[in-house]
Design a protein around this ligand. Structure first.
Ligand code: ADP
Ligand code: MG
Length: 509
């Protein structure tokens, strides 16, 4: 080999070494970036963790806050609103009743035929979107739409009825917004939520507005019960099972209510009810405690929301937000590394990843996680991510959902603790009793809402956590029962149980 040949060979060898070194360097850097992401996921998982000890702290905090909210107006972030519902349906109701439900994903109109002995003989429901423009117009225009829709429904569905079957024409009204109730069939709107902004409605009596619209449309119907969705759910639960003492709604938003002793409602001195109890609407979405495992993603989500420092519990557990927490984690990881490829601007779009899509990724059981890949592509413009990255996405969904479900479970046990149904003897004067003194009684909690009923892993985590917190001795006594569409049916049932009354059963002395 001549000098030239030797030189070329050396140059080639040096070149190959350099390329190899660059490749190794790239691989090392890429591996480092991968481990950085894995570490970020570990940190997120740690910050969002809900070991049973922490859940018990949340249980205690919920019970204490409930107590504080009942003690004085503004005593807690939990409003603990009086509903004036003192007698829940017991299954003996009969006849045909209608209900309206405003405040869910769709406006709903229902008709049920009750046959006594805990039976529903007929059930019709119509779902209808509310035209977007009506959400910001006048209350008159809004309620005219509601009344006209009801009139058309009654005419359509009522054709095959004997006149004797339409008894009383009592109507239940589920109105899922914060309302200051003044009786079981009246209440003023405190504020709008969920994108509604009909300004002239605020502080007006909701039933009066509806009743006037019904008259304008010539509908001879009487609004016998004004409730929110959780109270409706409790009513259906109680209709079927008298051991039902609380109800929880976990859908787009979240709320809970329960049956309280009238004498425990300290802020309303001299409250007398025939049954000795009253349903309290907790508005639990606004619950807050320093024991809640809050992460930087929750802080950002809250700060960028329309209602900062409000609805803190809801922002960790309800369907409106879970997908967006997942989006935020993926966005952060994509900014810190290239594991998701070039940064996609979709990742900066709030609410682009809905909770049902997140659930679909979480529940993807295909070997190559093809559903995850599809949703990343179609929703987030993220293409060709390797399997290990898809697995990472599933893990993020799992952390977010597990925390949500377990915190909701702690909230439920908190309610049971407040009313002495968790086997620990409840609380006295805001202090938690440590000893187990409560007598064990069968206790049913009615649950409604798409997050719980349609997201199987969420439901499983929630049920599992309730049992874990209560322990094996108490858990068999506590039963969570799904009440499909409970909020609407329950309002109709409450219209039934309240229409029979000729006298007011609630007095404030
Ligand atoms: P709303 O709360 O609007 O009255 P639903 O109780 O039906 O209505 O709950 C709808 C919400 O439940 C959706 O906004 C979504 O967050 C959640 N949800 C519905 N279906 C699923 C699903 N398959 N997986 C996960 N979440 C779901
Ligand atoms: Mg709902």
């Amino acid at each position: 080999m001549g000098k030239l040949g030797l030189g070329l060979a050396v140059a080639c060898a040096v070149g190959s070494c350099a390329i190899a070194a660059v490749m190794v360097g790239r691989r090392v850097r890429s591996r480092r970036r991968w481990w950085r992401v894995v570490r970020a996921l570990d940190e997120f998982e740690e910050a969002a963790s809900t070991p049973v000890g922490r859940l018990r702290q949340v249980v205690d905090a919920m019970a204490v806050e409930m107590h504080a909210g009942l003690a004085s107006e503004g005593g807690s972030k939990l409003k603990m609103l009086l509903t004036f519902v003192d007698n829940l349906p017991d299954g003996s109701e009969s006849g045909i009743y209608y209900a309206l439900h405003v405040g869910g994903t769709n406006f709903r109109i229902l008709r049920i035929q009750l046959g006594g002995q805990r039976s529903i003989l007929g059930h019709d429901v119509e779902r209808k979107p509310i035209p977007q423009h009506l959400l910001t117009r006048t209350s008159e225009e809004f309620f005219d739409f509601i009344a006209l829709s009801l009139k058309e429904f009654v005419e359509r569905k009522g054709n095959n009825l004997q006149p004797s079957q339409v008894r009383g024409k009592d109507l239940g009204f589920t109105f899922s917004f914060p309302v200051k109730q003044t009786s079981v069939s009246s209440g003023t709107l405190i504020k709008w939520t969920k994108g509604f902004a009909i300004d002239d409605m605020v502080e007006k009596d909701v039933v009066e507005c509806l009743q006037k619209a019904l008259s304008r449309r010539g509908l001879d119907m009487n609004v016998a019960a004004l409730v929110n969705d959780s109270v409706g759910t409790l009513a259906v639960g109680h209709f079927y099972d008298k051991d039902t003492v609380a109800a929880v709604v976990i859908g787009t938003d979240t709320n809970a209510c329960y049956l309280e002793r009238a004498d425990a409602i300290i802020k309303c001195q001299g409250l007398l009810t025939t049954s000795g109890g009253m349903v309290i609407n907790m508005e639990w979405g606004n619950f807050w405690s320093s024991h809640l495992p809050r992460t930087s993603y929750d802080i950002d989500l809250d700060a960028e929301s329309q209602n900062p420092n409000d609805q803190g519990f809801e922002k960790m557990i309800s369907g409106m937000y879970l997908g967006d927490i997942v989006r935020r984690v993926i966005c952060n990881m994509s900014l810190a590394s290239d594991i998701f490829g070039p940064f996609s601007s979709k990742l900066s779009t709030r609410f682009v990843l809905s909770t049902p899509l997140m659930a679909a990724m979480h529940e993807d059981d295909s070997p190559d996680l093809s559903e995850v890949a599809k949703i990343l592509e179609e929703t987030l413009d993220i293409y060709d991510v390797p399997l290990k990255v898809r697995k990472l996405v599933v893990k993020i969904c799992d952390v977010v959902t597990r925390r949500a479900a377990r915190l909701a479970a702690a909230g439920i046990v908190g309610i049971l603790k407040k009313i002495g149904r968790d086997g620990t003897g409840g609380i006295t004067s805001g202090r938690i009793k440590g000893v187990r003194s409560g007598k064990l009684r069968r206790t049913v909690v009615a649950v409604e809402g798409g997050l719980y009923t349609s997201y199987a892993i969420f439901k499983e985590y929630l049920n599992e956590a309730v049992a874990e917190i209560l322990g094996e001795e108490i858990a068999p006594y506590v039963i969570l029962k799904v009440m499909e569409d409970g909020s609407g049916i329950g309002a109709a049932m409450l219209a039934a149980s309240n229409s029979a009354r000729s006298v007011d059963t609630v007095q404030v002395l």
